[in-house]
Structures are given as structure tokens and as C-alpha cells.
Ligand binder design. Structure first.
Ligand code: CP
Ligand code: NVA
Length: 317
């Protein structure tokens, strides 16, 4: 791999590693990263100082709302010894149509790392193409790789390797679903996908090579049968609010309930990236029940992204 010893002063674009999709890292790099997350988490839990990014600065650009992504990246960067600059569309020139290319050139001369939450993947791709420093996808319409990074780390912590396991995806064929499909192809597990008609995953948008690592089910109960992990997401993602009423009708049967969890393996876990809507995509009894690991999953955003930031800036330690 290329060791990314980038700083804001670095001019060579060749050394830069971005994290724009789950497929930007190899299976071997994920093995390293999941181990590294455990090390970094343990240090955090025992108040052992770990500041490899002293004097590094990250710009965080949010064009959509966030709680977990903002707090985990901001707290994570401070814990690693660095600092952050927080920008939104409304309080920067990004909202006044400054070209993405120009913004990328300017911001990446002043910081060491950029995290972006935005709409179309093409926007973050364009930013990255003109950035001197690594760019991390903090959610786009198409992908949410940092979330799946934390989700798989959470699975490993609770159950060991995810290789060969089955993940049931119940709900929208959205950014989370696409990223699960990429992860399955890279890490060797299967995704059972059940979406209402009209909201299916699209292999070309998901950016996967073949249909070998996922199976489509009309009935969400059948998707959950025998699964090792059941997961879902909101019916209406950010940016699709105009479709809210149509989605409420279409998704009515795509609510993860106790019957679906009973159809899964007896030791199946339940995950949700949050925020959740109890009574819509998941029953309260499931998300607040014994198989749910959603709070570990949310916390692990912090540890997973600290390992990711360290890796993108310093390579393997
Ligand atoms: N799961 C997640 O990305 O949450 P936020 O929208 O709160 O960042
Ligand atoms: N699919 C959701 C995830 C939120 C973290 C969205 O894009 O709004």
C-alpha cells in the first residue's frame, strides 16, 4: 500500500489515500484496521493517552444534519491530539456556489484531513480529485462507509469474524444497503436484501462486481431467516423528505419485529445506524431488546474512525 505521510503542505497527490467508499480499502487493510480499533478503544477505556495526530487539523464539512458523525469525528480528532474546523453549507461559501474544485484546493492547503457529509457521491469524488489531503466520506446519498466500518467492528467484538455469515437488510435500498453490499464482496459474507418494490438496491450504484454476495427476498421475514445479523434504517433518508408520505405506505411491512428476530439465528444481533423511528422501521421491543447492540454500534463510530484517521494520515503503525 502507499503510506500516506500527507500534511497540508504535501503536494504529491499520489501518496493520498481517500475513504470515499468501502471498496477504497482492501480486505487485508480491514484486518489491520479492525485490530487497530480494538487497540485504540482499549486505550480510550483506560485513559491511556494516544496522540499520534498532534498538530494535525481536520476540516469537517456538513451539508446534512448529524449527531453521531459530528461528535465521533470531532471528539476522535481531539483525542488523537489534533483539532477540527467545522463548516456547514449555510456558514461557508459552499452554500454560495463556490465551485467544489476551488473549495477543495483552498481547504486542503490549510488542513491535513477532510471529512464531508453531502448529497451526491459525485460531489465528494470531485472534492477528493482536487484535494491535497485525504478525504473521508461521512455519508452521501449513495454510501456511508464509516458506519459500516463501525458496524462490522461491533459484529466482530460480539461474535468474531463476519466472514461466511449472513446479514439481513430490511428496508430501503439506500446508502447503508449499498455499503453493506460492498463490504460483503470485500470481506466474504452474504447480504439478504428485502426492500419494498421500487426501492430495490441497484448493483451499478452499489458499485459491486457481481450478484454473488447478496440475495433478494420479497418477504422481509424470509430475508431474516437464519441470519446472523438483522439490520435496518429509516424509511426516508436525508434528502428524500418529499417522498415521506409515499414511503410510509410502501414501507409499512418493512418493520423489524420480534417475529423476524425469531426467524433469525437464536444468537442473531440487531443493528441500526440511528437515528431510529420506533414503530416504523423497527419495533421498540427489538431495538430496546436483548439482541440489539445499537449503543455499542454508535460508540464504535468513535473508535473505528480514530483508527481510520490514523491509518489515512500515518499508514500502518
Ligand atoms: N448514523 C449516523 O451517521 O448518525 P448521524 O446522522 O447522527 O451522524
Ligand atoms: N440512510 C440514512 C442514514 C442516516 C445516518 C440517511 O442517509 O439519512
Amino acid at each position: 500500500m502507499t503510506t500516506a505521510s500527507t500534511t497540508a503542505a504535501t503536494t504529491s497527490p499520489h501518496a493520498i489515500r481517500h475513504y470515499l467508499q468501502f471498496s477504497d480499502l482492501t480486505a487485508d487493510e480491514y484486518v489491520y484496521l479492525f485490530d487497530r480499533m480494538a487497540v485504540i478503544k482499549k486505550k480510550f477505556k483506560t485513559y491511556e493517552k494516544h496522540q499520534p495526530l498532534t498538530d494535525r487539523t481536520m476540516a469537517m464539512i456538513f451539508e446534512k444534519a448529524s449527531t453521531r458523525t459530528r461528535v465521533s469525528f470531532e471528539a476522535g480528532m481531539y483525542q488523537l491530539g489534533g483539532s477540527v474546523v467545522h463548516l456547514t453549507t449555510g456558514d461557508s461559501q459552499l452554500g454560495r456556489a463556490e465551485p467544489i474544485e476551488d473549495s477543495a484546493k483552498v481547504i486542503s492547503r490549510m488542513v491535513d484531513l477532510v471529512m464531508i457529509r453531502t448529497y451526491e457521491q459525485t460531489k465528494i469524488d470531485t472534492f477528493a480529485a482536487h484535494s491535497r489531503v485525504p478525504v473521508i466520506n461521512g455519508l452521501t446519498n449513495e454510501f456511508h462507509p464509516c458506519q459500516i466500518l463501525a458496524d462490522i467492528f461491533t459484529y466482530i467484538e460480539h461474535r468474531g469474524s463476519i466472514q461466511g455469515k449472513t446479514v439481513a437488510w430490511v428496508g430501503d435500498g439506500n446508502n447503508m444497503a449499498n455499503t453493506w453490499l460492498q463490504a460483503a464482496e470485500i470481506l466474504g459474507f452474504t447480504v439478504h436484501v428485502s426492500t419494498p418494490s421500487g426501492y430495490e438496491v441497484d448493483q451499478s450504484i452499489a458499485g459491486i462486481r457481481s450478484g454473488d454476495s447478496y440475495k433478494v427476498f420479497k418477504d422481509p421475514m424470509e430475508a431474516c431467516r437464519g441470519a446472523d445479523l438483522v439490520t435496518t434504517d429509516v424509511w426516508t433518508s436525508m434528502g428524500y423528505e418529499a417522498e415521506n408520505e409515499a414511503r410510509r405506505k410502501a414501507f409499512a411491512d418493512w418493520c423489524v419485529d420480534e417475529d423476524m428476530m425469531r426467524a433469525a439465528q437464536p444468537d442473531a444481533l440487531f443493528m441500526h445506524c440511528l437515528p431510529a423511528h420506533r414503530g416504523e422501521e423497527v419495533q421498540a421491543e427489538v431495538i430496546d431488546g436483548p439482541q440489539s447492540v445499537v449503543w455499542d454500534e454508535a460508540e464504535n463510530r468513535l473508535h473505528a474512525q480514530k483508527a481510520l484517521m490514523e491509518f489515512l494520515l500515518l499508514g500502518r503503525l
